[in-house]
Ligand binder design. Structure first.
Ligand SMILES: Nc1ncnc2c1ncn2[C@@H]1O[C@H](COP(=O)(O)OP(=O)(O)OP(=O)(O)O)[C@@H](O)[C@H]1O
Ligand SMILES: [Mg+2]
Length: 312
């Protein structure tokens, strides 16, 4: 079933106008282009949208993942928790096909990501909204143009429709009236919401959030938490949140995975994770400094390093 959208179009002199005023526009219903449609709507509602099967990945000699299995169910919010440097951003890059696993299989929207050619990979990425860890707004463009950017890059929509879509997305995040501000004029929380509007500009099937709450005050954090949940429901999205903010993430996730030392330590709904007796889960869920998860990046021990004047 094709989706439709209402747009404002300039009128030619021979066309009827909307209302009797002097506005040289009319409202028109147009078919959304295929990039805006959900090509998997025929799938079963609870198919996993993404699966990682026995995935391993290393950076040089450093093993980041060692036989990881993860399922991202359609329509749900899945949280992937893990310590800093544990591989959360890497995991999102494996899902997006920017990185390839050394072994194992990553399946996205029913396709093995490694088997996709460049055009198929780009088509897959167009259906994934990404909220980058850094926010990554384009500093030379205002809020409107930042949200319009993926529409201009990936579609040939008329300007009137781009305007409608951008305003709709900005309305959702409460920043329609901030559309002429530049990134330097935004607070951190506002910038994150603009990035969120941009992530959903192409009506993705799935949104990947990389540390959406990092560096936010409690009010912005609360707004973002509610927004992610509302968007997931209202837009029938599938959301993946990678984060080390346990409380916020647990408050909206349907299921959680804890990754540490390259493996999935435990997974389940937030309540199960909170009551887990597994030491690494207890340490992480309660933010305890001591436990199986190390604070230090692995390598030579401290004393050896101090007395070994030769190494850099
Ligand atoms: N481009 C790269 N080249 C080499 N090593 C990298 C690269 N990117 C990340 N790493 C290493 O991979 C490991 C995992 O990094 P990643 O960014 O996935 O961690 P993270 O869990 O997202 O951390 P954080 O919570 O701090 O964002 C780290 O040890 C990091 O040093
Ligand atoms: Mg990261």
């Amino acid at each position: 079933m094709a989706r439709r959208a209402i747009v404002r179009e300039p009128v030619r002199p021979d066309q009827p106008r909307t209302g009797g005023g002097g506005n040289a526009v009319r409202l028109a219903v147009i078919e959304m282009p295929s990039v805006m449609q959900d090509p998997t709507h025929t799938q079963m509602p609870h198919d996993p949208l993404v699966t990682l099967e026995d995935v391993s990945f290393a950076r040089g000699s450093r093993v980041i993942f060692d036989g990881v299995n993860i399922e991202i169910p359609r329509g749900k919010i899945t949280a992937i928790l893990g310590p800093s440097g544990g591989g959360k951003t890497t995991l999102l890059r494996l899902i997006g096909g920017q990185l390839e696993p050394a072994s194992g299989k990553v399946t996205v929207f029913g396709r093995n990501v490694q088997g996709l050619n460049t055009a198929e990979l780009f088509a897959m990425r167009r259906r994934i909204g990404m909220l980058f860890q850094s926010g990554a707004l384009l500093t030379d463009l205002d809020v409107f143009e930042n949200v319009a950017f993926p529409l201009r890059e990936h579609t040939h929509l008329p300007e009137s429709m781009i305007r409608t879509i951008v305003l709709m997305k900005l309305e959702v995040v409460g920043l329609r009236n901030a559309r002429r501000l530049y990134p330097r004029e935004l607070s951190g929380g506002m910038a994150r919401r603009v990035a969120l509007a941009r992530a959903i500009a192409l009506d993705p099937l799935m949104v990947l959030y990389d540390e959406p709450f990092a560096g936010q005050d409690p009010i912005s954090m609360g707004i973002l938490v509610r927004l992610i949940k509302q968007l997931n429901r209202a837009l029938n999205l599938t959301s993946v949140i990678v984060s080390h903010d346990v409380i916020e993430t647990a408050s909206i996730a349907d299921q959680m995975y804890l990754i540490a030392d390259g493996k999935v330590v435990e997974s389940g709904p937030p309540a199960t994770m909170k009551s887990s007796a597994t030491p690494a889960v207890v340490q992480f869920m309660q933010g305890l400094p001591d436990g199986p998860m190390p604070f230090h990046f692995p390598g030579a021990d401290y004393l050896t390093d101090l007395i070994d004047g030769a190494s850099p």
